[in-house]
Design a protein around this ligand. Structure first.
Ligand code: ADP
Ligand code: MG
Length: 267
């Protein structure tokens, strides 16, 4: 048996008097699409930040492919094949879609200044163009990212996370803020017949993630509020409430779990 691609043990993190994450442990295996769900404020983003070195956990450990990485910075994690997207958008609004994705690919090399003004690597451009095509953003390639809709920027964000050729990607609410207006916009943008059915933006993102997982064996850990998105995307789900795991299982098991139903209904 090979080591899990991600293994976290007893992760605990407080902010002042608030215990945001309380002793969370789980493993993620290669090729899985693990959903991390829970009510607002249940500690999902804090847990991600502890895994990804944005925050130092008060207690606990993180291993990637058997290598201890607790508190390791994102740039080093990149080199171990770990990518992420943020709940808040992280695109540079003035830069084109292409340049944003290229810069993300340069992230592990040098300072921000050398990333922005250093020579462009032809290999990076090619890799970025492949991702642009993969996410069906070709018509927006040379458009400043800031003039894209929120949902389109979310796709650019996802493409940026894939530039390091990661084996493991953590996505924090990739479908968030897909309000009706954004979604209508996307139905137009990505109006694409698939067996006679028009895909919505959400379905487009989900379909692309599943395709990437199938083609590259890439492992995903996904935080998302949209229950249908999570249930249809993920192979396994971990549920947090008040910083602790209250349930873990297949989408069907989670759907039927009374503790989960109660936590979501505020019972
Ligand atoms: P989720 O992502 O599940 O909505 P968060 O991890 O963002 O939850 O937040 C968990 C708890 O920790 C919340 O009570 C939140 O207010 C608190 N919290 C998160 N980040 C900080 C911070 N930087 N400083 C203080 N409190 C924080
Ligand atoms: Mg969050």
């Amino acid at each position: 048996m090979t080591a899990p691609i991600l293994s976290i043990r007893n992760i605990t993190k407080s902010f002042g008097g608030i215990k945001a994450v309380r002793g969370v442990s789980f493993d993620v295996h290669k090729g899985e699409i693990l959903g991390l769900i829970g009510p607002n404020g249940s500690g999902k983003s804090t847990l991600f930040n502890c895994i990804l070195g944005q925050l130092q956990p008060d207690e606990g450990s993180v291993e990637v492919k058997g290598v201890p990485v607790t508190g390791m910075r994102a740039s080093k994690l990149n080199r171990l094949g770990v990518g992420r997207t943020f709940q808040q958008l992280s695109v540079f609004p003035q830069m084109t879609v292409l340049d944003n994705i290229i810069v993300a690919g340069q992230e592990h090399k040098g300072t921000l200044i050398s990333r922005l003004f250093g020579p462009t690597d032809a290999g990076l451009t090619q890799a970025a163009d492949q991702l642009i095509e993969f996410f069906r953003l070709t018509h927006l390639r040379d458009t400043p990212a800031g003039s894209l809709s929120y949902g389109q920027q979310k796709l650019v964000d996802a493409a940026m996370a894939f530039m390091a050729g990661p084996d493991l990607v953590l996505l924090d609410e990739p479908a968030a803020a897909m309000d009706e207006a954004t979604e209508r916009h996307f139905i137009r943008e990505f109006d694409e017949p698939a067996g006679g059915v028009n895909l919505t933006m959400l379905a487009h993102l989900k379909e692309r993630l599943v395709a990437y997982n199938a083609e590259h064996g890439t492992t995903f850990v996904v935080i998302e509020h949209n229950m249908e998105f999570v249930m249809s995307l993920c192979t396994r789900i971990v549920v947090l409430a008040e910083g602790a795991i209250i349930a873990e299982g297949s989408p069907d098991e989670i759907r039927a779990n009374q503790t989960v139903i109660d936590a979501y209904l505020g019972g």
